[in-house]
Design a protein around this ligand. Structure first.
Ligand code: SF4
Length: 206
């Protein structure tokens, strides 16, 4: 079983693009806000909402002093704007006053930032090893036998224990992309390059 997991990972790693990025935003504060906006919506909607917000409020200090109603209005395309607006305002206020976060613990102490958002930030902005366990990642990891739980935080912990930290970020991106393109909720196993080794495909085909 362990051999299968390693072989599956080698095949996926070799065949997926070298650089995979879902939110292409070089500014750290803007990146963090865009990831916060992406909760429970698509990256496309999050980027659209972020662009509207940054057009009127281009930095952390300006969002910190904006009205909640205005933030809500601007981020509406990303959904859950009543929940997201106060969190975005508070995180922006913190960054305007204290500077950018420098570790997981600091990020996770901020409102509305869970393990997934914090992992996105530390891996992409701080270049630290992290597993980014979003819906796609967990679905694919579970089907392939990389983890045996669909709980995001537990799955991330299992992957961290099972694989070296050098591959955590790359694995997060590859499994995520595989989940968006092929191993969708309704999987396209006949188009999948690891179908002969996949335990879920074997289960589906009896
Ligand atoms: S064979 Fe099917 S279930 Fe397995 S990883 Fe590929 S698409 Fe997903």
């Amino acid at each position: 079983m362990e051999n299968n997991v390693n072989t599956i990972w080698e095949i996926l790693d070799k065949n997926f693009p070298e650089n995979i990025s879902f939110i292409d935003e070089p500014d750290p504060w803007r990146f963090l806000i865009t990831v916060m906006l992406s909760a429970s919506t698509t990256d496309k909607q999050a980027v659209k909402a972020a662009a509207a917000l940054f057009e009127e409020y281009p930095d952390a200090a300006s969002v910190a002093s904006a009205s909640l109603q205005d933030i809500e209005r601007l981020i509406h395309p990303a959904g859950l704007s009543r929940t997201k607006a106060p969190r975005i305002k508070e995180v922006s206020r913190y960054i305007a006053e204290h500077g950018l976060p420098t570790c997981m613990e600091e990020l996770e102490a901020l409102p509305g930032i869970g393990e997934k958002t914090a992992s996105c930030y530390v891996s992409q902005v701080l270049s630290l090893p992290a597993v980014i366990a979003d819906t796609h990642f967990v679905r694919v990891a579970l089907r392939l036998g990389f983890t045996d739980t669909d709980d995001r935080n537990k799955a991330a912990r299992e992957i961290r224990e099972r694989f070296p930290e050098e591959v955590w970020y790359r694995m997060s991106m590859v499994l995520n992309l595989h989940g968006r393109t092929t191993c969708r909720p309704k999987p396209l196993c006949d188009k999948c390059l690891v179908s002969s080794l996949c335990p879920f495909s074997a289960f589906l085909n009896g």
